[in-house]
Ligand binder design. Structure first.
Ligand code: GAL
Length: 484
């Protein structure tokens, strides 16, 4: 079986053109580390085992299962709760420097009281972390990756300002429990995706989505300072946030402003308060939303203000820029945008139209076309706009259908890693690269349809058997040789 993969891989690599052969010789410096990622709800299963309580995703998949592809749920997923040893073995097989995984909030704090810690949940993460450390695989932990505890959602979740303190209390608990061994912490994964895309959970009203953003930024910053003040001296770790963005390319020269607006709303909304010199929301958001709110008859802007103290608190509250990136889109603005989106709404505030041309290389996911050049441009833009922060690519990957011969994924990684090298050559300070994903998993609204795994998971087998795809052998070689 393994020999077969190598033959396929050899064929894949021998198809390289002259330009690619030149690139083939390019090398990553030794201070860039390579790993793979997952998140709790997407792989763990055991949704109600050993004292874990429900999260918004448990509830959504049980009460409205068919908003998810084929009415799938994450009840068992890849059953990593019972397969953590195999998971670590896979990391070892590939020679990963690190593994990024997330902790399930409601597995650790089932009643949301920081005094009521679920021992079984702690034991699961301890076993996973200790197993990784046996093989020198560094744990990098996301504290919160979309799975809000249901009890807290019932009180408004991230739209409620109290969520800031609830999150900070939870963050303190996990620093306390695992901080002796975990030295890289990601506070919150993709706040914008949660606040504006998961409309089954957060209402895209043009009001709640901005309240959600405000509280996530404050929750992140306060959790950052809890680490600085209470744990940094003892453990010396790093804490940051994970943001996500497409690259937005103007459809034509006249659309440069539209593309910039789109990027400011999508990425700048979260990056500007943390990484810019001035802090606060980007001015385009403040001006646009204030003007629209006034015209819509609101007595104040739908974009909640930060106090000067809050601006200072959030500014600089990340030791690195965590970036999840997959694809790009073209952007334009013309008269047809008037009335295109419901008003008020986040999309109406941005006021642009985006699309991906048919000619771009497709994948199985309708939203993801292969655009390595966009990755290069986005990395450059972050370097230029935010003073070249240490950049951790916390997710990047390609979905395929079932099967082990995932040549599209091999080429995807080859192209995107080359694009990353291009940006590094121009000075971008990229230090971490994370392939999404270690294994096939529950892909949110796409259920088990879009497979992002380096390892295939057989969701029909009771043991959720994992098998390496061709891309495992490619990635393993990249890590070993540090060459694409
Ligand atoms: C990200 C998310 C991951 C994963 C990935 C691929 O938005 O953080 O959990 O699902 O997209 O779609």
């Amino acid at each position: 079986m393994v020999i077969k993969y190598w033959i396929v891989l050899y064929l894949v690599l021998s198809l390289t053109t002259g330009e690619q052969i030149k690139q083939f010789r390019r090398k990553f410096s030794d201070n860039i580390i390579f790993g793979a990622g997952t998140s709790a709800y997407q792989i763990e299963g055991a949704w109600n085992k050993d004292g874990k309580t429900e999260s918004v995703w448990d509830r959504l998949s049980h009460t409205k299962p068919c908003v998810i592809h084929n009415c799938h749920t994450g009840d068992i997923a890849a059953d990593s709760y019972n397969n953590y040893e195999r998971d670590v073995q896979m990391m070892k097989e590939m020679g990963l420097d690190f593994y990024r995984f997330s902790i399930s909030w409601s597995r650790i704090l089932p009643t949301n009281s920081p005094d009521d810690i679920n021992k079984a949940g702690v034991s699961y993460y301890n076993k996973l972390i200790n197993e990784m450390l046996k093989y020198n695989i560094t744990p990098m932990v996301t504290i919160h990756h979309f799975d809000v505890p249901l009890q807290l959602e019932a009180l408004g979740g991230w739209v409620n300002p109290k969520m800031v303190d609830w999150f900070v209390n939870y963050a303190r608990v996990v620093y306390e429990l695992f901080g002796d061994r975990v030295k890289t912490w990601f506070t919150i994964n993709e706040p914008r995706e949660y606040c504006t895309q998961m409309s089954e959970i957060v209402n895209k009203s043009g009001v709640n989505d901005y309240l959600c953003a405000r509280h996530m930024l404050l929750g992140h910053a306060k959790a950052y300072y809890v680490y600085q003040n209470e744990f940094k001296a003892k453990y010396g770790g790093k804490v940051g946030i994970v943001l996500n963005s497409l690259w937005y390319e103007p459809e034509s020269e006249k659309d440069a402003e539209a593309a910039e607006d789109k990027l400011q709303f999508e990425l700048g909304q979260y990056a500007h308060p943390i990484f810019s010199k001035t802090g606060d929301w980007p001015s385009v958001l403040k001006d646009r939303i204030a003007a629209k709110s006034a015209a819509q008859g609101f007595s104040e802007s739908r974009l909640p203000e930060f106090t000067p103290e809050e601006v200072e608190l959030i500014k600089g509250s990340s030791d690195f820029f965590g970036l999840n990136h997959y694809t790009s889109a073209l952007v334009y603005r013309n008269n047809s945008v008037k009335g295109f989106y419901p008003s008020p709404s986040y999309e109406d505030d941005i006021g642009v139209i985006t699309y991906q041309p048919e000619t771009w290389e497709k994948t199985i996911a309708t939203w993801l076309k292969v655009t390595p050049w966009g990755f290069y441009k986005l990395l450059n833009k972050i370097r230029e706009d935010y003073g070249n922060p240490p950049l951790y690519v916390t997710e990047n990957g390609c979905p395929t259908g079932p099967g082990l011969f995932d040549t599209q994924r091999v080429f995807f990684y080859k192209k995107y890693l080359n694009a990353m090298l291009d940006s590094i050559d121009e000075g971008s300070d990229v230090r971490v690269y994370t392939a999404w994903s270690l294994m096939d998993n529950f892909e949110w609204f796409m259920g088990y349809h879009d497979k992002f795994g380096l390892y295939e998971v057989d969701f029909n087998s009771p043991t959720r058997t994992r098998t390496p795809r061709a891309s495992v052998f490619y990635y393993k070689k990249v890590i070993k040789t540090r060459r694409v």
